[in-house]
Design a protein around this ligand. Sequence first.
Ligand code: F6R
Length: 609
Amino acid sequence: MCGIVGYIGSDLACERLIEGLRRLEYRGYDSAGVALIDPQGDLWARKRVGRVAELDDAVFDAPEAQIGIAHTRWATHGGITEPNAHPHLDATRQIAVVHNGIIENMHALRQQLESEGVHFRSETDTEVLPHLIRKFYRGDPVAAVRATLRLVRGTYGIAVLFADHPDRIVAARLGSPLVVGLGEGETVLASDPQAIIELTRRVVYLDDREIAVISRDGVKVERLDGRTRDADITLIDDEAYGVADLQGFPHFMLKEIHEQPESIQRCLRGRIQGEEGNAKLGGFQMDPRALVRIERVIALGCGTSYHAGMVGAMALESLARVPARAEVASEFRYRNPIIPRDALFLAVSQSGETMDTLGAVQEVLVKGGHVAGVVNVVGSTIARTTGKGVYVHSGPEIAVASTKAFTSQVTALMVFTLMVARTRNLSLDAGRQMARALEELPAKVHAYLRDPGPIQVAVEAVTEAPYVLFLGRGFSYPVALEGALKLKEIAYIPCEAYPSGEMKHGPIAMIDQGAPVLFLAPADQHRDKNISNLKEVQARGARLIVVHTEGDDELAELADLSIPVPAVPDYLSPLITVLPLQLLAYHAGLALGRDVDKPRNLAKSVTVE
Ligand code: F6R
């Protein structure tokens, strides 16, 4: 979603800002812009609809400025047009603002400003900010920003330039992340550490209701209510943010699919205690006596992370015998949920910035509940808000569609399940078996990816079809949901997922001659039931693409197209059966000419509701 970059130092600011924007491209956006203060003390701005490359072409005549701010916009208020792109300037062209988030009371603020004679040039909510800052500006940038933000309802991460203060960028946040990177004689601001990692590992995260003054020598942070705070410096590690490089793959999505043996391995590293048949996740800050007091677990997440939460909840219930469920965070947060005292909530999020998941976390915390994060991005808002949990360590996920983060989230939830299960009725022997199965997983994922089966034939079947049905039971149902989500978002093929047993209560009406049905039927406790369901759709002419366990000849023969996967215990099957579905979505997207790394309308990190 929207991205912010700011730069002050001794280099050419425009080049550095464009570089930063490129590193944020993966988040999804539709227009981009930059504002600089030139050596004469004037504001210079340029915007373009489309890619950062187009903005780059358009800034050939940029002044030799050493300070500037830049933005990639993902449209919310107002269409995808140049006037709506950021930065937005006040009428005197003395103040420039870039903004992530949504100003909810923008209509009232705009009406008031218009009645005072202000002329608006865009349809955005953001444009009220430069006009309000101008209104309150008496020579003190921080005071003007502070006075403006007092009037604003909604969420924001902002960066502001004042033409008459070429020595500073003013930034503030509420609900939209901002991080400041400290270099030698230069300082960078960004909404995502990915934009600054090449400059420095030394960063200061802004918290909600904080305002920062960024100069080439560093950053000064204050609370919006005037209290000061020490700018604690955090060192971010390279593994979490490594350089976004295709390493020979044509797309990040394919690279990330193939990284899964290592990303799962990283998630397991140092956490499995094979001899004890147990695991250790120190970040939960829970010893066995605390674990045994958990009476239920509720996983909260959106999209793919919600699907990972569903798998985790099933594992906790079946292996640890703890009542567990997953909930869509955007529904949970607004229904005044009951927060039982003995429940542990798990906020599952790759980015750690998803507004709905963060909102759900805040609702749990307000009600005195107990919540831990299952997060990929180190230092992200959800990780810092929960203050405990597990980092899944999948490494940076650049493709918009989540692949390796899903398998790492599920792996982390399985490790947690092992820990909880050992405080209940999982025996030492069974614990050892589960620990071993987890340790063997990366090799099995690797074995499948080396020889993924007839994916291209499946691609032909789904790309020619008007509709695709995904079916699965038990642990395979969330995988069916995940497979359908991937195919929708990457290939834009209409599809849906159903529990296999539920299919005859409606979706079976969609099946006619040759309709592709993607059936997940690993050799688990549901295998025989699945065979009956499979025959039911086959009898109606469906073309069956079956993902099944290697060596299961009966299923291979029943299938029109058989995709064998390595054998694993039931609860680990999602980590294997999801792989062909990821590949199917990728190759189907490619066959249909889609932008597989940046599918239309989507954003990597959904920081608005
Ligand atoms: C799907 C996808 C989204 C995200 C969802 C949550 O491929 O990427 O459905 O899973 O937006 O994002 P995070 O995990 O960052 O909270």
